[in-house]
Design a protein around this ligand. Sequence first.
Ligand code: ADP
Ligand code: MG
Length: 407
Amino acid sequence: MPVIQAEHVYKVFGKRPERALEPLRRGVSRDELRSQDLVPAVIDASFEVEAGEIFVVMGLSGSGKSTLIRMVNGLLVPTAGDMRVGGEDVARANAKELRRIRRDRVSMVFQHFALLPHRTVGENAAYGLKLQGLNRSDREQRADEALAMVGLEGWGGSMPDELSGGMRQRVGLARALATGTDVMLMDEAFSALDPLIRREMQDQLVELQHRLGKTILFITHDLNEAMRLGDRIAMMRDGRVVQVGTAEQILNNPANDYVAQFVQDVDWTRVLTAASVMEPPVAVLGSLQGPRAAHRLLREHQTSALMVVDRERRLKGVVIEEDVVSALARGQESLDGLVRPVVTVRPDVPVADLFGAAAESPTALAVVEDERLLGVIPRVTLLSALGSAGGPESADNGISTTEEVAR
Ligand code: ADP
Ligand code: MG
């Protein structure tokens, strides 16, 4: 049995919203109804989410995604149609039944974290457990376990404002995990995060899902994110679900011109960007450091090249092992003459455009925004992620090289 079942669900905002149903079924447009102060936010939506699946609802802003997810946990009542969670009729549940469903079956993670600022991280993670009737020590234990699952072990005593944005969203995730519900609803949960942190959270969500087998309904307006996360994707447009399928089905067989336009020419190397495949820059050398420090870092990270950045994390170039070794042999103490140019790419450059650059670059590509180093893309990452492909290069394709540094 599907965990979430939506059947011909409608949600219309405005006075006497039922007025809109018959015209909508006849195909009267949203705009026409808006002139009668009726806002059809969700129109005839049908889909099923299977147990243990990450199901992504993807659509532009205003397409009805949040309205849809709010009907799944009963925050909004459909104007028409059936909404079931675990076989229970959410659309017709009374207040008491809804409380039980939200307590025991469905938890929600929001875009803006929704943490209580004056409570500790641990208390925030435990929020919701009191309703489940757990005593204090059980609550603390469950919260600690959930924090550990999201990589925040030991942070329970801290306050939310001591945490970075990415960490706060982990607390939001921990809160949902602590409740132990099988179903998690996530409304643009990662949209406010920086690209690299967002990538990390996506990877972690996929990993958690594999480990815990949760059923996840994930909402995003980002095609990239939808393709990365979704076992299946529902494409929404103007309140309607226009296609449900795997990323590949949608790419290969778009249901209509709208979807086709959306995923136009999209192959994987076009969907994914430099930001979505980059790795955190760990092998990084400060520009004021010397060959000895460089040598230690090279050994520590088992690599043959280090990115060089100044104090503001602006990328200066790269140093490679053989230059470092000969500088050490000469007894040189500074990096003078050792910093070579490195190929840089903007985070939004599609992966397809990276292959040419990677082939010509002896070291990893540097992903740079406002001169600052965001991440690195080693050639192996690129190849293992995608296989081979090549894209045409234009005059300003977002790829260039750092300035030649005087030797
Ligand atoms: P999304 O999450 O995809 O951006 P929403 O579900 O928030 O879309 O909104 C869909 C449409 O419904 C929008 O046109 C929005 O203005 C409208 N809408 C959402 N909530 C309400 C409400 N409470 N009252 C009136 N209109 C609403
Ligand atoms: Mg929304």
